[in-house]
Design a protein around this ligand. Structure first.
Ligand code: NAD
Length: 433
């Protein structure tokens, strides 16, 4: 049983802190956001993540999990201090280390005895050294530094944390490495031992590689559209080769979310800073941006003009089972549609309030799928929520003004859409008219 302070109680800190608590550790999740902590203390979750409420409630009752905004006390009490604050993208694409630096200073100010300080946030190579230097400016108290990047996926975050495919741990001492490796034994037997710098780079390399797979298959989809081929079959045909694998080969609207866009941009910056021209990552990002424009172009090709047309956008979160809309394709695409004169109605089962905060009243919102679709000139599918996947297409056809569906997630069979009489434009597959 270890005493852990988790600084930053967002998607990562809250989920992984709760999972550490569930394994019997004494975890204090802290955050500067007092409203967030107050809500958590009342049993209300600040994020939507399947299974989270139950696991938090269970561990609060057991007494293994605590929430506080008294960060200094949590630091003094802990043996292990995890840093899980945000590292958002700056306007120039770099990782913004403001929160990391703030936390490092706070840790330095309150370090009362030897502790192990672990970075879970995704940070550029060299940040471990930066954190150490900021702490040393404040104190002579000894500490070790560990990089232990997080790989959880929103929507299945608890499952990912409780059953990790691997843990990557880079440490400045063998003692610290062992401590963090032991902490992970209940969750995985596969532990990759590295230096701090290598661990930092592994996180970016992992996300960049997955983003590359997505942009690669989207480029192949764009070729498919020009040669009458079907990208879903191409994915199947190549993905069954175990060297390639089937995951992340679904053509669509491109990647979004709080990690891939910012982490690809940050990796480009990291490589620029060391004088390396990482052309591949540049192309991955460009293809991804283009793919969003491509969806708008599909609507234009189906409708002629968007001026005065009602478009129903189905799905606003960047993927199903989350309310996270950071860098979601919908946030880019909806303003484009509005600028082109369309009246946009947007549906999402969970993420409406988050999108409203960002887009305001550019469009109307609903958590009722069929209401969103009624009398629409076209539907645009952006997130493969189960509710959209299982939609009653016969009813959709009846209630739309005209049955035009642009599908950024390739949810429906071409034959079905043809039989039902839809004009159906998906990604990398023949058009149904
Ligand atoms: P988040 O924005 O949901 O949460 C960050 C939290 O840190 C916020 O609650 C914020 O109030 C808090 N915070 C900021 N400054 C603080 C301070 N000085 N003291 C205490 N708390 C402070 O972010 P997230 O999605 O949890 O991501 C955290 C890190 O993990 C990022 O580096 C991200 O790239 C990485 N990551 C995220 C995911 C994911 O799916 N969200 C997956 C893997 C890695």
């Amino acid at each position: 049983m270890k005493k852990i302070a988790m600084i930053g109680t967002g998607y990562v800190g809250l989920v992984s802190g709760t999972c550490f608590a569930d394994a019997g550790n004494e975890v204090t999740c802290c955050d500067i956001d007092q409203d967030k902590i107050a809500k958590l203390l009342q049993g209300s979750m600040p994020i939507y993540e399947p299974g989270l409420t139950e696991l938090v409630t269970k561990n609060l009752k057991k007494g293994t999990l605590q929430f506080t905004s008294e960060i200094p006390q949590a630091i003094s009490h802990a043996e292990i201090i995890y840093i899980a604050v945000g590292t958002p993208m700056t306007v120039t694409g770099e990782a913004d280390l403001t929160y990391i630096k703030q936390v490092a200073k706070t840790i330095g100010e309150h370090l009362n005895e030897y502790k192990v300080i672990v970075t879970k946030s995704t940070v550029p190579v060299g940040t471990g050294k930066l954190i150490a230097s900021i702490i040393k400016e404040q104190t002579d108290t000894p500490f070790d530094l560990v990089s232990n990047p997080e790989f959880l996926r929103e929507g299945v975050a608890i499952k990912d944390c409780l059953n990790m495919e691997r843990a990557v741990i880079g440490a400045t001492s063998e003692n610290a490495w062992q401590l963090i490796a032991d902490l992970h034994r209940p969750f995985t037997s596969k532990i990759v031992k590295t230096s701090v710098e290598t661990a930092e780079l592994i996180k970016y390399a992992a996300n960049a590689f997955l983003a590359t797979k997505i942009s690669f298959i989207n480029d192949i989809a764009n070729i498919c559209e020009r040669v009458d081929a079907d990208v879903t079959k191409v994915s199947e045909g190549i993905g069954l080769d175990s060297r390639i694998g089937q995951s992340f080969l679904q053509a669509g609207v491109g990647f979004g979310g709080s990690c891939f866009p910012k982490d690809t941009a940050a990796l480009r910056h990291i490589s620029q800073n060391v004088g390396y021209n990482f052309k591949l990552i540049e192309a991955v990002m460009e293809t991804n941006e283009q793919q969003r424009v491509h969806m708008v172009n599909k609507l234009v090709s189906a409708l002629g003009t968007l001026e005065g047309k009602t478009i129903s956008v189905l799905g606003l979160a960047f993927k199903p089972n989350t309310d996270d809309v950071r860098s979601s394709p919908a946030l880019d695409i909806i303003p484009q549609l509005v600028t082109m004169g369309a009246e946009v109605r947007a549906y999402d089962p969970i993420a409406v309030s988050e999108v409203k905060k960002r887009l305001g009243y550019q469009c109307t919102y609903s958590e009722n799928l069929y209401k969103t679709i009624e009398n629409a000139d076209a539907c645009l599918v952006l997130t493969d929520w189960q509710q959209v996947r299982q939609i009653d297409l016969t009813k959709v056809k009846q209630i739309m003004k005209q049955p035009i569906l642009v599908d950024g997630r390739n949810l429906f069979e071409l034959e079905t859409m043809e039989q039902l009489g839809f004009t159906y434009l998906s990604v990398g597959r023949p058009i149904v008219k």
